[in-house]
Design a protein around this ligand. Structure first.
Ligand SMILES: *Cc1c(COP(=O)(O)O)cnc(C)c1O
Length: 407
């Protein structure tokens, strides 16, 4: 399943060494190489095993609530000047976002590999909670690495992880935020690879993680294609998702890249976090402002200083403030198959407010970055255009943040 055959777009995913063009790979200490190879093998075998696929699909249906709804948001479409806007409602999943799709898949894989212990990194705590949830369900010991600054800012999620039976390990290095937590989790994994499975939270990290995470998120796009067809939409004009590390976006885009030829491919658009603006140091726009480099075990666009040290990313949204982007997105950008557009904090907050008042849906501030692109898409594609947009999560966690931003 990892070696998809090339389609008419000419797109075929990673090669055997985990490269998407020049991006990706596995830049890891020697001691981790066998663990990554074991993981690749176990993943391929699992995806080819009907019992594993059945166990995963059953949990997605009965525990997560899939397929998630596809909702035609007519008041929103009228307000932004589009023919139709279809919202793919990942916010309705158990735990309120797309992350559970991936953590359930990886925790099932951990069990199959005979590991009794999972570790994860988390920034805002969303991936930590999703991992702790899957670990509780599947009776796995769970340890989550989290920066001390993030622990302070995200006390509710820290408390939730405790309720779910996970241990949160504070990481005091660097700025005490996500990038430091990833480094600490990887360092720990090197020491405990025998009995420990690393549940990675986005479509990045060393090969095979970017491909594994995509495969555990690609139901977002494939369900959408089927649900659109049921409504008589053979092809939307554009497909939009927000991009942090890139998991909900690649899960949305990948089935479109496989399903349509290059000539009919909808305009695929990823919204990345511009923070206070791409001319400001307070930004998270890795594609717009980054340069290729290595961080956390993979080669991709990164925000870095002149000496190649990663810069701290900033965004109003904790889920988008990572200084890099998954390698598959870097490749899709270079190939011109996906367009990446920076969206500022204030544009995202305005779009957040608009969805609340027009549709009665409180979206995650991450997802609001995607929503903010709709008016420009209407101007470009015209008033009859049909747009699919992934609402990656619900906004309950962001109420204090938008309140502070003046809503
Ligand atoms: C974590 C998160 C994101 C960003 O992660 P991706 O891997 O880029 O999808 C986006 N939206 C929500 C709601 C999140 O929790």
């Amino acid at each position: 399943m990892t070696n998809e055959s090339a389609h008419e777009t000419g797109y075929s995913g990673a090669d055997e060494r985990g490269y998407f063009g020049p991006y990706g790979g596995a830049f890891v200490p020697e001691t981790v190489v066998p663990a990554l190879e074991e993981l690749s093998r176990a993943f391929s075998e699992a995806m080819a095993d009907p019992l594993f696929v059945e166990a995963y699909s059953t949990l997605l249906r009965d525990y997560v609530g899939r397929p998630s709804a596809l909702y035609r948001a007519d008041r929103l479409a009228a307000a932004v000047g589009l023919g139709a806007v279809y919202l793919k409602r990942e916010d309705l999943n158990h735990t309120g976002a797309h992350k559970i799709n991936n953590t359930l898949g990886q925790c099932l894989l951990a069990k199959r590999m005979g590991k009794q212990r999972v570790i994860a990194e988390t920034g805002a705590g969303q991936h930590g909670v999703a991992t702790a949830t899957a670990a509780a369900l599947l009776d796995l010991e769970c340890v989550v690495f989290m920066g001390t600054e993030d622990i302070r800012r995200q006390s509710l999620n820290v408390y939730k992880m405790g309720l779910l039976g996970a241990e949160v390990v504070p990481v005091d290095d660097g700025t005490g935020t996500l990038a430091d937590a990833v480094t600490a989790a990887m360092r720990h994994w090197v020491e405990r690879v025998e009995d420990t499975f690393y549940v990675l939270g986005s479509a990045l990290g060393p090969h095979p993680y970017p491909t594994i995470v995509r495969e555990f998120q690609k139901m977002i796009g494939s369900e959408s294609i089927a649900q659109l067809a049921e409504r008589g939409v053979a092809r939307p004009d554009a497909v939009v998702a927000c991009v942090g590390g890139g998991s909900n976006a690649i899960g949305t885009f990948y089935p479109f890249l496989m399903h349509y030829g290059r000539d009919e491919l909808p305009l695929l658009v990823g919204a990345e976090a511009a923070g206070k603006g791409i001319d400001s140091p307070l930004t998270g726009a890795s594609i717009a402002l980054g340069d290729p480099g290595v961080m956390h075990g993979f080669f991709s666009y990164l925000l870095q200083d002149e000496r190649g040290n990663p810069l701290e990313a900033y965004s109003i949204s904790a889920g988008l403030d990572y200084p890099g982007i998954g390698p598959e997105h870097a490749y899709l950008h270079d190939e011109g198959l996906v367009r990446y557009v920076p969206v500022t904090d204030s544009e995202a907050v305005a779009a957040f407010s608009q969805l609340c008042t027009l549709e009665g849906i409180i979206p995650a501030i991450e997802s609001s970055h995607a929503l903010a692109l709709l008016p420009a898409l209407a101007a470009e594609l015209g008033p009859a255009a049909i747009v699919l947009l992934t609402v990656s999560g619900r906004g309950d966690k962001d109420i204090d943040i938008v309140k502070e931003a003046g809503l």
